[in-house]
Every structure is written in C-alpha cells, then in structure tokens.
Design a protein around this ligand. Structure first.
Ligand SMILES: [Zn+2]
Length: 383
C-alpha cells in the first residue's frame, strides 16, 4: 500500500549583495501586503461588521500590484506568492474566529521572514541554482539530494542568512510492522526522557553551554547604548545565538526520537495538554525548554515510518503511583527516588513514571514485568 507524504528539504542560499537586497525587497513587499490586507479587514469590520473573504483580498492584491506599474514597490512580489501571503492571513483569521488563536496582528518587517512560491511560478531550480523572479539565479548549497515532486518553494531570510525550503511530496511505502518491544516514556526536567526499561536520554551538555553564552550576550545587549553601532552588532549576535540553540535543540530531538522509533514498536507517552502547560507558569518554562511539542511531532512521524506507533495515555498520577503494586506514594518534585513501603519497589522516580505510562496503554496487568514486553494489540487498529 502506498500513499504520499509531504517532507521539507532545506538548503542554504548564497545570494550576492545585489540579490540579497532584492530578496529583502521581496520580504518587505510580502510584509507590507500582509499588513495592508489586515488593515482592510479590520477597517471593514469596524465600519460594517462584515468579514472579508480570501477571494476578495486576492482581487484587491491584483489591483494593488497593477497600479502605478513604474514605481510600485509591491510589484517585486510574484502574484502567486502574494496570494500565499493572503492565504496565511486568511487561515490566521479563521483560527481567530474559531477561538483557537488571538486576533491577527500587524507584522514587523524584521519579523516577516518567509515567502512561498509555487514551482515554476516566480521560483524554480535552473542549472543547479534557484531562479527567483526579480532576483535572478541564486547559488544553492545542495548538501543532500532532493527527492520527489516539489509542491512549494519557501524562501526564508533570518539574521542575514538565506535558505530555501522545498516542500516535497514523496511516495510513502507502508513499512512492515516493527518487531521491537514497547516502551513507556516520561518527559521530564531532570532527564529529558526516562524510559520504562530504565534508560535515560539527556539533552547534550553543549546545549547548556550555549544557553550560558546566551545569557552573556543578553547582558551585553542590555549594557550597550540604545541606537549605537555596537548595540546593533550585539543584537545580531544574540539573534544568531538564539538560532543556534534552536538548531541544537532540534538536532537533539531528531536524534532522540530516531533512537526511540528505531528501538520500540509502541511508544507510550503522556497525553499532556500543551496549551494548559504553556499558560501555567513554571511548567510552561519546563515544557518549553524540553521542546515537548517538537518531541511529540517528530516521534509520531518517525514511529509511523518505522512501522511502529505512538500511544498517548492519561497523565494522572503517573509519578505518584507505584508501578509495582499500584499504591499511591506521594512525593515532592525534589524527591528523585520512588520508594514504595507497600511492595518494597525502589527505583528512579521518572523510570517509575515511565513504567506507569507503559502500563496505562492497557495491555499489562498491574505488577507485570514490563521490560521487553511486546504490545501487539495496540497496533491492531490502523488509523
Ligand atoms: Zn509498590
């Protein structure tokens, strides 16, 4: 059985000075279009309490782009790429109307850093380079092969560096069922991950170092004079460091999830409400730092690719309950060891939680030896 999946392939771009300026102008035009379209929506709502459809805005865009052809700075933006900007605004509005998100806000030019093209319409691969309308042929570092059919070409500029991201459709072959055992995984603060088999996955030390460097840079920025050259330089260094940390964190989660998906057929995790956690002070920081959302997303697709699956279970009492006998053993967050007076079980608190999480997948009787258990029934219902 085959179906298609969408994947992103990102490559570094090396535009020359003139091309950098031209790409910057395109981002500026895209941001201006976004804000102009948003202003129109707000105005119309205030005046007549009527919404604006994407199609109305697409017609407006056509008009804005075609007026004063000589010195209209919006013209550098490709027509279809402009439509993508409006679609982005439209979906932000839909999410707002459904109550899933706050009202869309005006974007700052320095925060608006990507434009999406349809291949062959304003952007295309030509002679090993990336052709971009009004920019020319831009040098690309092809560090890996680009497979499949390109559906979208996204150009991003961040902190003076340019990338292209090809969104590609590839045939996915449904893999054979994963032969490995099941595991419960607890996502924590002390260890990034604790597994029901007693293993830990820790975030790398260089990430902590990078964060220490970040704090130094933050202090440097605070000390520099407003509007000065040195401050601008420090701000740029700080932005680079943020980017570096984000990259390191993503690398770490890629590695960690690849390992889990390779080893286990069913990976059981807690079904945590991320929105709730993010609004909840201290937990928010922890969840943010450990990159819980990224972990879940990466894990899900890697597990499916490997023929396994991810199961989410209720998080209630997973850390307080004894995985040996089921009794509640209350303990503060600072207590690292689970010590049960009822059955004598003694082990790391996070491993205890991971075992409870695995059990909650519903296939194991209380007190069973969980190591090496193969949870086959979890996979019987394809989704
Ligand atoms: Zn016990």
């Amino acid at each position: 059985m085959t179906n298609t999946v969408t994947r992103s392939y990102k490559y570094r771009l090396y535009p020359n000075q003139t091309q950098q300026k031209a790409l910057g102008d395109i981002l500026w035009a895209a941001c201006t279009l976004y804000n102009q379209a948003l202003a129109y929506r707000k105005k119309r709502w205030q005046e007549s309490r009527r919404g604006v459809t994407y199609y109305e805005q697409a017609a407006m865009w056509r008009q804005w782009r075609n007026e004063e052809p000589e010195e209209n700075p919006l013209r550098v933006l490709n027509m279809t790429a402009g439509q993508q900007v409006l679609r982005r605004l439209d979906s932000a509005y839909r999410a707002f109307v459904k109550g899933q998100r706050g009202a869309p806000r005006f974007k700052r030019v320095d925060r608006f850093n990507s434009v999406t093209y349809k291949p062959g319409d304003g952007a295309a691969i030509q002679n090993g380079r990336l052709y971009v309308q009004n920019v020319g042929l831009v040098k690309v570092r092809w560090h890996r092969q680009l497979p499949g059919v390109v559906k979208n070409i996204v150009i991003t500029g961040l902190n003076g560096r340019w990338h292209v991201c090809f969104q590609v459709e590839i045939e996915a072959v449904r893999p054979a069922l994963h032969p490995g055992p099941a595991a419960g995984v607890d996502v924590g603060i002390h260890h990034a991950l604790a597994l029901s088999n007693g293993e830990f996955v820790d975030s790398p030390r260089h990430l902590a170092k990078a964060q220490a460097r970040l704090r130094v840079l933050q202090r440097t920025v605070a000390r520099r004079k407003q509007g000065g050259r040195n401050r601008r330089k420090a701000v740029r260094q700080l932005a680079r460091q943020h980017e570096r940390i984000a990259n390191q964190r993503r690398d770490f989660w890629h590695k960690a999830t690849r390992k889990l998906a390779g080893e286990f057929s069913a990976i059981v995790i807690e079904d945590l409400d991320l929105n709730f956690m993010l609004q909840n002070g201290n937990l928010a920081r922890a969840a943010h730092d450990t990159g819980l959302g990224m972990f879940r997303d990466l894990l899900a697709y890697k597990a499916i690719e490997a023929g396994g699956e991810v199961v989410a279970v209720s998080p209630q009492n997973t850390s307080q309950m004894c995985s040996g006998c089921g009794c509640l053993v209350p303990k503060a967050l600072s207590v690292r060891i689970h010590q049960c007076d009822h059955c004598g079980l003694r082990l790391d608190r996070d491993v205890n939680a991971a075992r409870n999480i695995l059990k909650r997948a519903g296939t194991l009787p209380l007190g069973a030896n969980v190591d090496g258990y193969i949870v086959r029934s979890l996979r019987s219902s394809p989704s």
